[in-house]
Write a protein that binds this ligand. Structure first.
Ligand code: SF4
Length: 696
């Protein structure tokens, strides 16, 4: 890279699966080279701050290990033996295998599988156009947002809340179940601004003393899966101490007297027994909430990744309705802003070609699906061909042993379109090299704020890398799939999508870099009523009819009718005395960035944090090799003694590639794929395990 050349600074957007979706400024040296990446100062949410891993993105774009040419497997499945192949031959081979699968078992035998390796709509969701046009099996996207979104929507009726920038105008910011320091640094920007400029207090609720908890004025340390109990006790105190806003409750909520009565027995002593958090801390938290009108509840994803996660999210979201914090600037609750963007993606996704009779397969249950579980296959044919873009299920999906067994099937053909040789690419039959965000055009939504942003193509792709859109269109031609979107460029798709959505044109977005989609104050604070027909916040949601738009399959479970501690988590038992959570590491983002040298150097090696008082009886010392196990399998990693967890809780920050573990079995060997009620999801932080020191 020629650092003496003065770079152009070009606007872009972060493509990664992080709620912030930062507005970026990228140094571009020439048609092939980027330099540093910064946050846009004049974007009111990014405010010039981005995380370190994206600031050094040149490391990723110009990484020597990037896939540069199509590859065909030449050794046994999973052997990692590949040979170069031309693009035409690779695409012909994929099309031939898809046609063969369709002829043998019907179109549902092909399962296009994707996720959020890029959050750009054209490159992420265009795969759905192919699957609709060809009637391939549908993709029920469950692995991330379902529990959190359902829990929040249950109360408000839609997924939107107080402007995230209002955190800076709060007197109390409650950061609940998200380690923002690791996963969305901008939350800290606005929360700490409130502290600096207004003397606001920051409360963090989490399961270990992570970076966010350490920055809080009041860290509330609880056991995994007990957030519902904590929320109930806080609300108990609010009603008990006369801090509930009855005028607000009577006007804006559905069942306040029933809630108050129900909470009489959910006092701090009760919650302390469940959460492990001292009653004095719960009382102090409740006092702060009760005494602060401008209290902002920033509710994260982490605490929803539990079998009772939907109920926990709903319970936490209820607190602001009890105090009436929604009335005030800097008050209320926020999780994600999906509902404000009303983006019409029908052209990108080919929704007009969708056939509702085609089965939807649960993304999180890929292990069961590929190993032939009839229930997971929904009574349909086996999956015998897959195209995988933007995701790495062999590392990130739960029940990893089953996932690996599935991918090892000789009768399964897999094409992986990727940037690096991931765990999933390793087990593919054909590997295609993919572009990165600076090498193609796309648009992005910042669900953690309120911006719609453009990420234009800034440099040429290296080697023979092609974009997801190019691959989808090239396969469509070979497969005889018809849809107008296959004949369009990404820029045409973006322009028409913006126009159909009422957000102007691509030329306007290009000129303005982003669109601030924030609704007015009264709308964002639900001052004209919540998004249910009667305008009332639901303390008592009707779970099966919660208006979550992706409810393709319903888990039949009797969920609590009012906020509560729902006892469906994998509780520790005599065989499995510990509860394990797989929280996100700062240097990685899911399995992305596990290839960049600075992230690897920072994260070191796979470790599990253990309370010293739990380690001592097992003769485990700091740095010892240990094994974690449960009925799903066993994982070997190293112990880190850490007193910032409750006794009996283990934290393994992830997500490392499987090869980083002694025997190639990654942390998701231990996580379960049984769906979270009511609409599916994976309980990544809800695992009972045993722990042993390795003796050899
Ligand atoms: S904080 Fe999130 S959105 Fe911002 S640059 Fe980092 S990964 Fe991207």
């Amino acid at each position: 890279m020629n650092q003496t050349v003065r770079p152009r600074i070009v606007a872009s957007a972060c493509p990664h699966d992080c709620p912030s979706t930062c507005a970026l400024e990228v140094e571009v040296f020439d048609r092939h080279t980027i330099g540093r990446v910064r946050g846009a100062e004049d974007n009111a949410y990014t405010a010039g701050v981005i995380c370190a891993k994206v600031a050094r993105y040149a490391e990723r774009v110009h990484h020597p290990d990037r896939l540069m040419q199509p590859l065909r497997r030449v050794g046994a499945k999973g052997s990692g033996q590949f040979a170069p192949i031309s693009w035409d031959d690779a695409l012909d081979l994929v099309a031939e295998q898809f046609i063969r699968a369709e002829q043998a078992h019907g179109s549902e035998a092909v399962w296009p599988y994707y996720y959020a390796g890029t959050m750009g709509f054209v490159m992420r969701d265009g795969i759905n156009r192919l699957r609709h046009a060809k009637k391939y099996s549908g993709f029920h996207s469950t692995i991330c947002v379902n529990p959190a979104w359902t829990g929040f929507i249950a109360g408000t009726g839609k997924l939107a809340g107080t402007d995230p920038r209002e955190m800076a105008k709060s007197d109390l910011v409650v950061i609940w179940g998200t380690n923002a320091v690791n996963t969305q640094v901008n939350v800290m920007t606005h929360a700490t601004r409130a502290r600096k400029e207004r003397g606001a207090k920051i409360v963090a609720v989490d399961i270990y003393m992570n970076g966010t908890m350490r920055q809080a004025d009041l860290p509330v340390l609880i056991r995994p899966g007990t957030d519902g109990a904590l929320a109930c006790a806080v609300m108990h105190c609010l009603f008990r101490d006369g801090k509930a806003d009855w005028d607000y409750l009577n006007r804006y909520t559905d069942a306040p007297r029933e809630l108050a009565e129900h909470l009489r027995t959910r006092d701090p002593e009760w919650a302390s027994r469940i959460t492990g958090c001292p009653t004095a801390t719960i009382e102090a938290f409740a006092r702060l909430v009760g005494e602060t009108k401008r209290a902002y509840f920033r509710l994260g994803y982490g605490f929803s990744r539990s079998r009772n996660g939907v109920a926990n999210m709903h319970a936490a979201s209820c607190i602001a309705a009890v105090t009436g914090a929604w009335r005030y600037e800097g008050g209320g609750a926020f999780h994600h802003n999906d509902a404000i963007f009303h983006l019409d993606k029908s052209l990108i996704e080919g929704k007009d070609a969708a056939d509702p009779s085609i089965r939807m397969l649960d993304q999180s249950r890929i292990g069961a699906i590929l190993t032939g579980d009839k229930d997971a296959l929904r009574g349909g044919p086996p999956v015998t061909a897959m195209l995988i873009q933007n995701t790495n299920p062999v590392a990130v999906a739960p029940e990893q042993d089953a996932v690996k067994r599935g991918f090892a099937r000789d009768d399964l053909f897999v094409c992986v379109h990727e940037q690096f040789m991931t765990d999933t690419a390793q087990v593919a039959d054909v590997v295609l090299p993919a572009t990165m965000f600076v090498e193609h055009d796309d648009i992005y939504l910042a669900g953690g704020s309120q911006y719609l942003l453009l990420g234009p193509k800034l440099i040429e792709p290296p080697g023979e890398c092609r974009s997801n859109h190019d691959v989808i269109c090239a396969l469509a031609r070979r497969l005889g799939a018809e849809h107008p979107g296959f004949a369009m460029t990404p820029r045409q798709l973006i322009d028409l999508t913006l126009q159909k959505s009422g957000w102007g044109t691509l030329a306007e977005l290009e000129a303005n870099r982003w669109i601030d989609c924030q609704p007015d104050f009264a709308t964002a604070h639900y001052l004209d009523g919540f998004a249910y027909p009667d305008g009332k916040f639901r303390f008592k949601p009707d779970w099966p009819t919660v208006p979550f738009g992706r409810a393709h399959c319903t888990v039949r479970s009797a969920m609590p009718s009012l906020p509560d501690h729902w006892e469906v988590i994998e509780e520790a038992d005599s065989e499995h005395p510990f509860r394990l959570a797989t929280s996100p590491a700062r240097g990685f983002l899911n399995s992305s960035f596990t290839e960049t040298p600075t992230s690897l150097a920072k994260e070191g090696r796979p470790e599990v944090m253990i309370h010293p008082d739990d380690a001592a009886p097992l003769a485990i010392a700091d740095g010892d090799a240990v094994t974690l196990g449960n009925r799903r399998g066993a994982v070997r990693l190293h112990a880190r003694l850490f007193d910032g967890v409750r006794r009996g809780v283990l934290i393994a920050e992830s997500l490392w590639p499987n090869k980083a573990y002694a025997d190639g079995r990654g942390i998701n060997t231990l996580t379960g794929a049984d769906p979270i009620a009511p609409f599916g999801g994976a309980a990544f932080h809800d695992n009972k395990v045993w722990l042993k020191k390795q003796t050899n």
